[in-house]
Write a protein that binds this ligand. Structure first.
Ligand code: PEP
Ligand code: MG
Length: 735
């Protein structure tokens, strides 16, 4: 271990020597080697060390201790730790500590042992002691998954007194921390030593159950229970589960440990590198390994699920998968694995790279082929925690939804309105033709004709959005993207468009060419489209207002107030200009319908200039919604489409710790937001403000939004519960 961890020689060289020795002696377990074998092995290890390092293995304990301490400090900066911290919002600046304690030996004979235990089941949350131990072993042996440990209950037979004492200690620790504990212990000559305790990592399901149970046991308040749940973990509960009907008809081919719940299906791959590569190509993959190690982390992150041959509930694969919320089945000893040739045999069948497989991380069942999955629902303890979250939060949670299907899903997950409907996303599939005709029109008349075709589509979609939100706010953003994103690419599509417009292919190609821009993100997009083509804004206004009127006619009790949002405004006069078109059109529609209906016109704040001049902008805007994707892009000057190319280098150089497009840059972008809210509300006290960039679903960004007084956050449907919980936590901690 010293050679591996401190000197970084590489464990495999020593493992090879041990395996060779075991083969020579005809034994399978390390502990079956005799003292003489081990002496011989020790000298082989020392020789190996000397060959690799060029010096003798240090046998001065002080030197070893200093080496070990330095290795711990060094570990703070290794790539795995950096990736882990980035995923878990831990600042690099914290640094680490080293605790030096005297060694307790679990490997001095059969009255010794070592183990790990949880005071509650980390997979389900059930209140029962859970853990594993090994006799005549040291800590590393339990977690490495090399020997399969015994369930903790069997400790009662092996070390009855130590076990009784251990159970008492568990209770003391849990009562003190008022949370589930994850402990490591050693028994040395029957005497119990506690090595460490910490709040245990748990699945999302277990986190919810433990929090609810602690409230019922009187150990925690509702607010504390809400604060205990990591919102990022909820994600796993929202992922699909196997279709129960199909599952009933399917027999598992094997059963192992359900180490991290959820359902996963995909093509089997055998290395972390392959997992990453295949996933990058859009393949769903299940990573199959003998056992995993920290080197595999990045690959594990890209897998739908992880299947291991060795290791128990506390093995590396199990612990890491639970932390990531990735489904994991571990310890499937029935698999005959051939990692080198990328294949394994299970239940009489040989599985090769790319073969389909399904695994259930709750039951530990393994299935041949792909089992279809269904969406999850919010019920039971999940429902209880979310109800508490809603009780304590003060900020609203809306959703970014472009289609009626998204809107319905978001509603089920608790969205209180739509904060952003990107209208351009309504033009995929067969609707793209009419959209292209509009883009490639070169006269107002041609464009008007195309818009006539588009209007009914838009109106129909908007009606369904208003229906889905049942009178809650719906914010519809006018056309925003650079138009060239939608022009036809293939010869066939170009021909089709030419035919539809009675033009030649060359004419269409020339038009496409004319739409190309050097810097499309700062080009002809956003409100600039409505300035150059007011007829687009007219059509979109008609569609919104007509849809709202139609839905209101069916539901007179719903207080429908459509919110029309103008994107990418940087100058008051821009907004004024577009708003004039909107207001004239909307008022005419409402007057013609003879129904009394209010509507609002607001803007996105996504250009720094708009944030700087928010007091002016608010003279026209009835609401602000921070488009922090563009606001980050333009504040940092990082392209939102290309920044991944250099961000890794920024992390390595410690210039940035997180992707500012995922986690709000509170210092810079946040400062602009704070200023804009303050200035906007000074001009217009009833101005309502929200956020609809990607950050609206990121817990730490949600907390920031709460602190600057936003009225709501808006995020994609599956992040709505995360945002609800994060908003509650922000309100609770502010209180
Ligand atoms: C934004 O810029 O944050 C935003 C929500 O708009 P889009 O992502 O559509 O540019
Ligand atoms: Mg934007």
């Amino acid at each position: 271990m010293y050679s591996d961890v401190v000197m970084e020689v590489g464990k495999k060289y020593f493992e090879e020597l041990i395996d060779k020795m075991k083969a020579e002696k005809g034994v399978t377990q390390d502990v079956d080697l005799t003292a003489d074998d081990l002496k011989e092995l020790a000298s082989q290890f020392k020789a190996e060390y000397k060959e690799k390092i060029g010096e003798d293995f240090p046998d001065d304990p002080k030197e070893q201790l200093m080496g070990a301490i330095k290795a711990v400090f060094r570990s703070w900066d290794n790539p795995r730790a950096n990736v882990y911290r980035r995923d878990n919002d831990i600042p690099y600046s914290w640094g680490t500590a080293v605790n030096v304690q005297s060694m307790a030996f679990g490997n001095m004979g059969d009255d010794c042992g070592t183990g790990v235990a949880f005071t509650r089941d980390p997979a389900t949350g059930e209140k029962k002691l859970m853990g594993e131990f090994l006799t005549n072993a040291q800590g590393e042996d339990v977690v490495a998954g090399v020997r399969t440990p015994m369930p903790i209950d069997q400790m009662a037979d092996k070390f009855p007194e130590a076990f009784e004492q251990f159970k008492e200690v568990c209770k003391i620790l849990e009562d003190h921390y008022r949370d589930m504990q994850d402990m490591e212990f050693t028994v040395e000559n029957k005497k119990l030593y506690m090595l460490q305790t910490r709040n245990g990592k748990r699945t999302a399901q277990a986190a919810l159950k433990i929090a609810c149970d602690l409230v019922d046991e009187g150990a925690r308040t509702e607010e504390e229970a809400v604060a205990m749940i990591d919102p990022r973990n909820l994600d796993t509960l929202l992922h699909p589960q196997f279709d129960a009907n199909v599952l009933k008809e399917t027999t598992p081919i094997a059963k192992a440990l359900g180490a991290s719940p959820g359902a996963a299906c995909g093509k089997i791959v055998f290395t972390a590198e392959d997992t990453k590569e295949w996933a990058a190509r859009g393949e769903k993959v299940v990573l199959g390994r003998l056992e995993t190690s920290p080197e595999d982390i990045e690959g594990m992150k890209s897998a739908q699920g992880i299947l291991t041959v060795r290791g128990g509930m506390t093995s590396h694969a199990a612990v890491v998968a639970r932390g990531m919320g990735t489904c994991c089945v571990s310890g499937c000893g029935d698999i005959v694995m051939d990692e080198e040739n990328k294949k394994f045999t299970l239940a009489g069948k040989e599985y090769h790279e790319g073969d389909p497989i399904s695994i259930d991380g709750s039951t530990g069942n393994i299935y041949d082929g792909i089992i279809p999955t269904v969406d999850a629902t919010i019920a039971g303890e999940f429902g209880r925690i979310m109800a508490w979250a809603d009780k304590y939060r003060t900020m609203g949670v809306r959703t970014n939804a472009d289609t009626p299907g998204d809107a319905k899903k978001a509603r089920e997950l608790g969205a209180e309105g739509i904060g952003l409907c990107r209208t351009e996303h309504m033009f995929f599939g067969d609707r793209i033709d009419a959209f292209r005709e509009m883009i490639c029109a070169d006269t107002v008349e041609e464009r008007a004709q195309a818009l006539e075709k588009i209007l009914p589509y838009q109106q129909g979609d908007f009606e369904q959005l208003f229906e889905a939100m049942e009178g809650d706010p719906v914010t519809i953003r006018f056309l925003d993207p650079p138009l060239h994103e939608f022009v036809p690419q293939t010869e066939e599509d170009i021909q089709k468009l030419a035919d539809a417009q009675g033009k030649t292919v060359e004419e269409i190609e020339a038009l496409i060419e004319s739409l190309k821009e050097f810097n499309p993100m700062m080009g002809h997009r956003g409100c600039r489209l409505a300035v150059t083509y007011p007829e687009i804004a007219v059509m979109q206004t008609k569609a919104v207002i007509r849809a709202a009127l139609a839905v209101k006619a069916n539901h007179p009790d719903w207080d429908i107030v459509p919110e029309i949002m103008i994107p990418l405004v940087g100058e008051l006069k821009e907004l004024k200009y577009v708003k004039k078109t909107v207001v004239e059109t909307a008022d005419a529609e409402i007057a013609a319908a003879g129904i009394d209906m209010k509507y609002e016109v607001g803007t996105m704040i996504e250009i720094p200039r708009a944030a700087l001049l928010a007091d002016e902008i608010a003279t026209e805007a009835e609401f602000f919604c921070f488009g922090t994707n563009d606001l980050t892009q333009m504040t940092y000057g990082f392209s939102r489409d290309d920044s991944s190319k250099f961000l890794e280098a920024y992390y390595d150089a410690k210039i940035l710790e997180n992707d500012p497009f995922a986690k709000l840059d509170q210092n810079g972008v946040g400062k602009l937001m704070k200023m804009a809210v303050k200035a906007g509300k000074e001009t217009r006290p009833d101005l309502h403000c929200g956020i609809c960039g990607e950050h609206g679903g990121d817990p730490s960004s949600v907390e920031f939004c709460n602190s600057i007084g936003l009225d709501y956050v808006s995020c994609s449907p599956f992040r709505v519960p995360i945002a609800r919980l994060a908003a509650a936590q922000a309100a609770i901690s502010q209180k």
